[in-house]
Design a binder for this molecule. Sequence first.
Ligand code: COA
Length: 154
Amino acid sequence: MADLVDTLRDTLTADDGLSLVAEHDGQVVGHVMFTRGLLDAPRRLVDVHVLSPLAVVPPLHGHGIGSALVRHGLRILAERAVPLVWLEGDPRYYTRFGFAAGGGLGFRRPSLRIPDGAFQVLRLPEYEPWMTGTLVYAEPFWRHDAVGLRDPGV
Ligand SMILES: CC(C)(COP(=O)(O)OP(=O)(O)OC[C@H]1O[C@@H](n2cnc3c(N)ncnc32)[C@H](O)[C@@H]1OP(=O)(O)O)[C@@H](O)C(=O)NCCC(=O)NCCS
């Protein structure tokens, strides 16, 4: 995961992607990253963002740090007119931010190895109904084999 984060960090620019940290007593205690991906929609390719990774140091779990990082990031992306944000994660956590299963909303997973329920999307104000299609992850996710779950039995 650390290698993936390093590679993703190299893709960030002032207008594209986001890396936010939470600090407590001068220490970094939480981090979230949003990076650019593509939606292969019928009309054209659409710039979207992918939330990954999100982590908070275990002793401070349950204090709202993860939620604050996610909400702050989503506000910035909405201001930048990003229409859609994706993630792979536990719906029990991410529904609180408005994320919903992407499969039921006209979207296709970038890999069949992403469980249906884990493939989640948030539609921001710039979203328009024609924006359907397949999510295409940025190259670093493939390079680091960080898409979906591998079958340990194979
Ligand atoms: C997920 C994580 C970032 C949440 O950070 P946090 O600061 O503890 O989150 P918050 O304090 O904002 O929210 C806590 C709530 O999330 C819930 N929660 C945390 N992880 C959850 C999970 N995997 N599934 C369901 N609920 C979860 C807690 O039970 C708590 O619920 P409550 O609000 O009903 O009490 C943190 O648990 C973490 O770093 N986990 C390890 C890394 C990880 O799993 N990252 C996400 C990968 S998709």
